[in-house]
Design a protein around this ligand. Structure first.
Ligand code: CTP
Ligand code: CA
Length: 225
C-alpha cells in the first residue's frame, strides 16, 4: 500500500542496478566471495520500480526474491556481471552499482578439485588477476551512451575521506558510503551521500526506507529529459 502512494519520480526512466557479491571459482568446489547480502541493491530495485522506473537488476549469487516488476539477470563472477552490464548500460538512464564485486579472481580455474597431496598438504599458491571495474567502465562511456552513475562504498574506517576519494577516482556524480562490514546482511543501515556539492547523511533506517530516500535523491539530481 505504501508502494502505491510512492511519488512516481522515476516514471519513464530506465534504471540498471548491480547487487550482491560475486563468486570467483578456484576449482569446481571452491571459490572467492564475500559477505554482501544483496539486500541494499534489491531494496533499491524495488524502490526504483515503485517510483515508476523500468528496472534491470543484475544479481550475483544471492537467495532473495525478485522485486515486483523488476527484470532480473543472475550472474556468478565479476566478468559475467561486467558482460551483463556493459551492453545494457547505454539503454539505461541511471546505473546504480551496489554489488560487492570481487577485486581479483584466480588467473585460471582448475578443471578438477585440487587435492591434498601426500607430502604437500598445502597446494601451490595460485596467481590472482584483477577483475574489470564495472562502475568505472560504465562511468567512462561516451556522453549519450553513459547512464547517470551512482557508486557505493563500504569502508571500515575514514568513511568521509574514502567516499570523497572514491567518487573522484570512479568519475561518478554520486557516491554512497556506508560503514562495512558492519552493514553486511543487516536489515538497517546509515548512508552518506557524497556529490560535488558535499556530503549529506541519510539517518539510520531499514534498507527499504533508505532505498526510497536514495531514489528520491537520485531523481532530484537527474538531468531533465
Ligand atoms: N565496483 C565495480 N566493479 C569492480 C569493483 C567495484 O563495479 N570491479 C563498484 C562497486 O559496485 C561500488 C564501487 O565500485 O559501487 C566501489 O567499490 P569498492 O570495492 O568500494 O571500490 P574499489 O575501487 O574496488 O576500491 P577498494 O575495494 O580498494 O576500496
Ligand atoms: Ca573493491
Amino acid at each position: 500500500l505504501i508502494a502505491f502512494f510512492q511519488p512516481k519520480v522515476l516514471a519513464g526512466r530506465r534504471v540498471l542496478i548491480t547487487a550482491g557479491p560475486t563468486f570467483e571459482a578456484i576449482d569446481p568446489v571452491r571459490g572467492i566471495t564475500n559477505h554482501s547480502s544483496g539486500k541494499m541493491g534489491f531494496a533499491i530495485a524495488r524502490a526504483a520500480a515503485e517510483a515508476g522506473a523500468q528496472v534491470t537488476l543484475v544479481a550475483g549469487p544471492v537467495h532473495l526474491p525478485t522485486p515486483a516488476g523488476v527484470t532480473r539477470i543472475d550472474v556468478r563472477s565479476a566478468q559475467q556481471m561486467h558482460d551483463a552490464v556493459l551492453p545494457r548500460a547505454p539503454a539505461h538512464d541511471v546505473f546504480v552499482a551496489t554489488a560487492a564485486v570481487a577485486d581479483w579472481r584466480p588467473a585460471a580455474e582448475q578443471g578438477e578439485k585440487i587435492k591434498k597431496a601426500e607430502g604437500q598438504r598445502v597446494p601451490a599458491p595460485f596467481a590472482l588477476v584483477e577483475n574489470p571495474d564495472i562502475l568505472a567502465t560504465v562511468a567512462r562511456l561516451p556522453e549519450g551512451q553513459r547512464p547517470w552513475c551512482v557508486g557505493f562504498a563500504a569502508e571500515s574506517h575514514d568513511l568521509v575521506r574514502h567516499a570523497r576519494e572514491k567518487r573522484l577516482r570512479k568519475g561518478v556524480p554520486l557516491l554512497v558510503g556506508n560503514l562495512g562490514p558492519a552493514t553486511f546482511g543487516r536489515d538497517d543501515n546509515t548512508l552518506l551521500l557524497v556529490d560535488a556539492a558535499g556530503e549529506r547523511e541519510l539517518a539510520t533506517a531499514d534498507k527499504l526506507t533508505l532505498a526510497r530516500a536514495l531514489v528520491a535523491e537520485i531523481a532530484q539530481r537527474l538531468p531533465a529529459v
